[in-house]
Every structure is written in structure tokens, then in C-alpha cells.
Design a protein around this ligand. Structure first.
Ligand SMILES: Cc1cc2nc3c(=O)[nH]c(=O)nc-3n(C[C@H](O)[C@H](O)[C@H](O)COP(=O)(O)O)c2cc1C
Length: 356
């Protein structure tokens, strides 16, 4: 009920955001309602892609809790082209969760082009659903960088342009890109301009450079710079770890939406709370009962969509415990638990010392 009323007020929300901004930001091109890929978004907070976490069940849970859009975790383009079943498992999407972006990564435009075609074929047959195909140019992990993909490409803006352009030429679905401020210095406006010129329909920018990791705690101004330079929708990302920060990010940068990633783990209610705050009402922080209920809902959806496993249940369970006191023993027991039943029992037996 609350979610419906919050979503129903989104056009008012957008108005408010723009009227509170500086005259310069108010003059910026508006996307009302914001379209990302080929879907209209009904809110301004989206779930970011997270490897090993944002499976179909967690994405649906976040959509039900107010996320305006979700992204799959990234899949390796090379594996898609070779029809590796695991890559299609990671990309599995359903109609109910739309809007959703399917994210891929790879260093080579020819392979990326073929991967995009494969995804397009499955979307055409109704096997996959997607609002866009999102290309990862931000992953800083060693194996991805060694392969010349993810954030390694930020060092080669012309290669990014070639990849986007090849994918756009091969795809009926809109192509979007997720970048960082740069590799070790900020060249985001240059990259964003190239990405747009290459035909991308949207851009997500994480304001930290690839080499900074999470060390830097402030600096989202670059998202505003990119937004002012771009003619395509811009999603800002990085450090939106509370509803207050998420709303502040949106207001201060003028971006079209804010992507919340790690703060949504074990905390899908952050989307409803951010929507509510943007609309002027503050909701109380989540109680353990709310978290446990969301954990059960994750398990129910994971079972329904065939992704229930001790590994993913354990990973999510540990996240749901975050923020409560007295979790040490429960965490230890979760790490030793072997079955979904054991993990569920540990969560049900847990009583937080601080009952947040
Ligand atoms: C566990 C984990 C897995 C991630 N996997 C991906 C991924 O597959 N693709 C991607 O573009 N970003 C990935 N990211 C990066 C996030 O989407 C996001 O850009 C980053 O965490 C900063 O946003 P935040 O401060 O809201 O977490 C991952 C982050 C985490 C914590």
C-alpha cells in the first residue's frame, strides 16, 4: 500500500527535485518520466548489479520494496558466445521484474557484438526480458582487469567507444554503459561524451576512480558534471548508503536516478525509505522483524525461480544480520550451516541484542 502510494507520487517527486535545484540544474534536459533503455521508470532509486547477490530473487524482492529498476550481475561476453550455461543462468530475467538491465563485460568489440546478438535472440523468443543491455566499464577486480575488460577500458576511451558502437549496431535493445570517474584520474566527461556519441541510450557513473576503491568518501560532483554534459539519462552511483545520502545524491548532482548497490544487501527496504524521504516523509529504520520477513521472501522467490542454494542463502542471511548486535554467534553458525533449512532455522532463532 505504502509502496503504491510512494510510486504514485513519483511525478510530484521529480517536480520537487527540480524545483529545489539550482537554476542551472533546472535548465537541464528533463527526462520525465525517466526512460532507461526502453522502459519508463516509476521511481528514482535503482538496484545496482552485484556479482553473487543480485539474482532474480533478490532483484524481484528489491522491485517489490520500491526499486525502480534492477540490473543482473555481469556475465562474461566470451562465455555467452560459447553458450556456457552458467552465463545464461546469471542473465536469467522475467517479465515481472521489468525494468531490468542485463549486464555484460568483455574486452573485445567483435565478441561483445556477438554476445549482444545472442541476448537479442533470446529476448526475441521471450526466453529473456530486458530494458537494455548494459556494458560494464567499471569493474576493478584483478581477473577482469587482466582480461582487459571492466575498468581497464577506462584507460582506452576510444576502445570503449568502439565496443559501444559495435554493440549498438548489433542490437535491437538499447545499449547502456556503466563507468567510473576514470582509471586513476577523472576523465568521466570525455568518456561519457564518447559513449553517447557511440549510440548508448543511458549511462551509469560511479564517481570513484578504479584505483581508489572505496577509500574516497566524497566527490560525487563529477556525476553532476557528466549529467550537464550528457544528452542521455545519467544514473549516479557510489556511497548512497542511507535514504538520506541517496536523496542528497540526487538533489546535489541533478542525475536522473541514483543506483544503490551494497547498501541494499540485507536491506531492500532502503528503496521504499528513499522513495518516501524524497516525497517528504521519513520512515523508521528497519526492525529485525522486517529484515526476517524480507529474508523469508527472498527464500520464497529463490525457490520459485529455481535459484535457491545454501551458498546464496548464506550470503544473503549474513547481510540481513548486519547492523544488529549479538550477530557473531549467528554468523559463525551460518558459516558452518550446510543446508537451506539450517540457515533458515539460524535466522529464525536469532534475537538481536539491540532490537534495531
Ligand atoms: C559484491 C559486489 C558485487 C558487484 N558486482 C558488480 C557487477 O557485477 N557489475 C557492476 O557493474 N558492478 C558491480 N559492483 C559494483 C556496484 O554495482 C557499485 O557500482 C559499487 O558497489 C558502488 O556503489 P555502492 O556504493 O552503492 O555500493 C559490485 C559491488 C559489490 C559490493
Amino acid at each position: 500500500m505504502l509502496l503504491l502510494s510512494v510510486l504514485g507520487k513519483c511525478s510530484t517527486i521529480k517536480e520537487e527535485v527540480f524545483t529545489r535545484q539550482s537554476p542551472k540544474l533546472r535548465r537541464m534536459k528533463r527526462h520525465d518520466p525517466m526512460k532507461y533503455g526502453n522502459s519508463d521508470l516509476e521511481g528514482m532509486f535503482v538496484l545496482g548489479p552485484m556479482a553473487a547477490y543480485t539474482d532474480i530473487a533478490f532483484r524481484l524482492l528489491c522491485r517489490h520494496r520500491g526499486a525502480a529498476m534492477c540490473f543482473t550481475e555481469f556475465s562474461n561476453a566470451n562465455a555467452i558466445v560459447r553458450n556456457v550455461p552458467e552465463s545464461f543462468r546469471l542473465m536469467r530475467t522475467c517479465r515481472e521484474e521489468m525494468p531490468v538491465g542485463i549486464q555484460i563485460f568483455g574486452p573485445d568489440e567483435e565478441v561483445m557484438k556477438k554476445a549482444v546478438q545472442k541476448i537479442g535472440e533470446r529476448v526475441a523468443t521471450g526466453e529473456l526480458f530486458a530494458s537494455c543491455i548494459d556494458i560494464n566499464f567499471g569493474c576493478p577486480s584483478g581477473s577482469v582487469i587482466r582480461a582487459g575488460a571492466g575498468s581497464a577500458l577506462l584507460k582506452k576511451p576510444e576502445k570503449i567507444a568502439a565496443i559501444v558502437s559495435a554493440c549498438v549496431s548489433a542490437s535491437k535493445l538499447p545499449i547502456t554503459a556503466k563507468i567510473r570517474a576514470g582509471w586513476n584520474t577523472d576523465n568521466a566527461v570525455q568518456i561519457a561524451t564518447l559513449v553517447e556519441k557511440a549510440g548508448a541510450a543511458g549511462l551509469t557513473i560511479h564517481w570513484r576512480t578504479a584505483t581508489e576503491g572505496r577509500k574516497r568518501s566524497s566527490g560525487w560532483e563529477v556525476v553532476g558534471e557528466v549529467k550537464r554534459a550528457a544528452g542521455i539519462p545519467v544514473i549516479g552511483n557510489g556511497g548512497a548508503n542511507t535514504p538520506e545520502r541517496a536523496v542528497q545524491f540526487l538533489r546535489e548532482t541533478g542525475c536522473d536516478a541514483v543506483m544503490i548497490s551494497s547498501a541494499a544487501l540485507g536491506n531492500p527496504g532502503i528503496f521504499g525509505r528513499s522513495n518516501a524521504l524524497l516525497n517528504g516523509s521519513e520512515l523508521p529504520p528497519p526492525t529485525w522483524e522486517e529484515k526476517l520477513s524480507d529474508f523469508h521472501e527472498y527464500a520464497r522467490l529463490a525457490e520459485k525461480f529455481g535459484v535457491l542454494s545454501p551458498k546464496s542463502m548464506r550470503a544473503h542471511a549474513i547481510e540481513f544480520l548486519t547492523g544488529f548486535e549479538g550477530v557473531k554467534l549467528a554468523r559463525k553458525r551460518l558459516n558452518a550451516a550446510k543446508t537451506v533449512g539450517e540457515i533458515t532455522a539460524i535466522m529464525e532463532e536469532f534475537t538481536p541484542a539491540n532490537r534495531a
